[in-house]
Design a binder for this molecule. Structure first.
Ligand SMILES: [Fe+2]
Length: 396
């Protein structure tokens, strides 16, 4: 057990938004057997020598890297929280949040791991809202891994090392995020990390810290993408909070960039060289899916079933977790295949080493509104594409 004391860096997190966080306990469960069911409860030793205990929870330990079994993954961003009694309806800042949460709880038996890629609570320096959020997601986070990415609302604050000098974190500067949730990094202030989950490798980037060529983070991303053995873990997923790839968001449209300024240049060659299947983003509060893109061009007109040689990365905005929706640009591009101005999330289902299903579900009803599948063998990942025959993996 470890306890953390939380000190943020700006207002309101240091002033009117601050409250004593009490105790935060972190337990490390080591040497778990893959796939085995574990039951646990959390306890706290009181001064009088007695314990208070939580109720009991169960979870199944993750599959081992490379394991061939059914594996189901949820990805979304920007969910936030809301009051079930409507007491804060006037603000209504994350109107889709409870619907998304409830759909995940309803389907929890069919979910193995969750990625919430940034803009977690929108507490923005009002620290008690982290308790409200963690209470809301407890039925999910207590039974499956709830992995988070860092967003502007967790990290950004002027002159504190965030890449963007906005005040969006309300002075939290990432301190709350890194103490309330555990991510497997050497330095938990940096939210870049990798996750091996069965046939998947996830490379999670931190768009609130510099990711460009020459940075520590860029080296990490390249190593994460390069070091996976695709024969064992064929499904390679990249995710970051801000759109470092492709989005028809209204504001990106005004800039004519369809990405975060300076987002794509450094990373595109890595996605291509290491043959990333899907890149996910949040920050923009809607849903959008691109064609497979290589050098900023569509390489396939197929919409629903991709098979054979890997040739490009599909980019997905899944930022409709709950926060107020973002408008699309009026400009229609060739690379945008599906847009939805609504709340929703993505579910990936890996059936085996050569078959993956992608589904976009709306939070209002849990039904599938967009989907595609990928059928691909190891030789298709290794095959030469375009004008290059570079190795897709450093693993031997
Ligand atoms: Fe954001």
């Amino acid at each position: 057990m470890m306890m953390y004391f939380i000190r943020s860096t700006g207002a309101p997190a240091r002033t009117v938004g601050w409250r004593d966080p009490g105790f935060i306990h972190t337990s490390f469960l080591k040497d778990l057997w893959p796939n085995r069911l574990y039951t646990y409860r959390a306890g706290h030793l009181l001064f009088n020598g007695s314990y208070v205990w939580s109720k009991k929870y169960s979870f199944e330990a993750p599959p081992y890297p490379g394991q061939d079994s059914l594996q189901r993954v949820i990805v979304f961003g920007d969910m936030g929280k809301a009051e079930r009694d409507g007491s804060n309806e006037y603000s209504d800042y994350q109107p889709g949040s409870l619907n998304t949460t409830d759909q995940l709880i309803k389907d929890i038996e069919n979910i193995d791991i969750v990625f919430h890629v940034g803009d977690i609570t929108y507490a923005n320096g009002y620290i008690s809202q982290w308790d409200q959020f963690t209470s809301q997601v407890e039925p999910i986070a207590s039974v499956v891994p709830y992995m988070i990415g860092s967003g502007n609302h967790e990290r950004d604050w002027p002159n504190t090392g965030s890449f963007y000098n906005t005040t969006d974190s309300g002075g939290e500067c990432g301190i709350l995020a890194q103490n309330m949730f555990y991510v497997p990094t050497e330095n938990r202030a940096n939210f870049w990390y990798s996750v091996d989950y069965g046939m998947f490798r996830f490379c999670i980037a931190d768009s609130e810290h510099d990711w460009r060529e020459g940075t520590e983070q860029y080296k990490f991303i390249e190593h994460c993408l390069a070091s996976v053995d695709r024969q064992k873990q064929p499904w390679l997923i990249f995710a970051a909070h801000r759109v470092l790839g492709y989005s028809s968001d209204f504001y990106y449209g005004l800039e004519g960039s369809f990405e975060e300024p300076m987002g794509r240049e450094s990373l595109q060659k890595l996605w291509q060289r290491y043959k990333v299947d899907i890149a996910f983003y949040g920050h923009v509060h809607n849903y959008e899916r691109s064609c497979p893109i290589y050098q900023s061009q569509c390489v396939s007109s197929e919409m629903s079933h991709y098979s054979g040689t890997f040739n490009a990365t599909i980019h997905v905005v899944a930022g409709g977790g709950g926060s107020h929706l973002s408008n699309f640009s009026q400009v229609n591009t060739k690379w945008s295949l599906y847009k939805d101005y609504d709340f929703g999330f993505v579910k990936l289902t890996a059936f085996n080493h050569s078959s993956l299903l992608f589904e976009y579900k709306k939070s209002r009803d849990g039904n599938v509104y967009d989907s595609f599948s990928i059928s691909r063998d190891y030789r298709d990942i290794l095959a030469c594409v375009h004008d290059s025959c570079e190795a897709s993996t450093l693993a031997s």
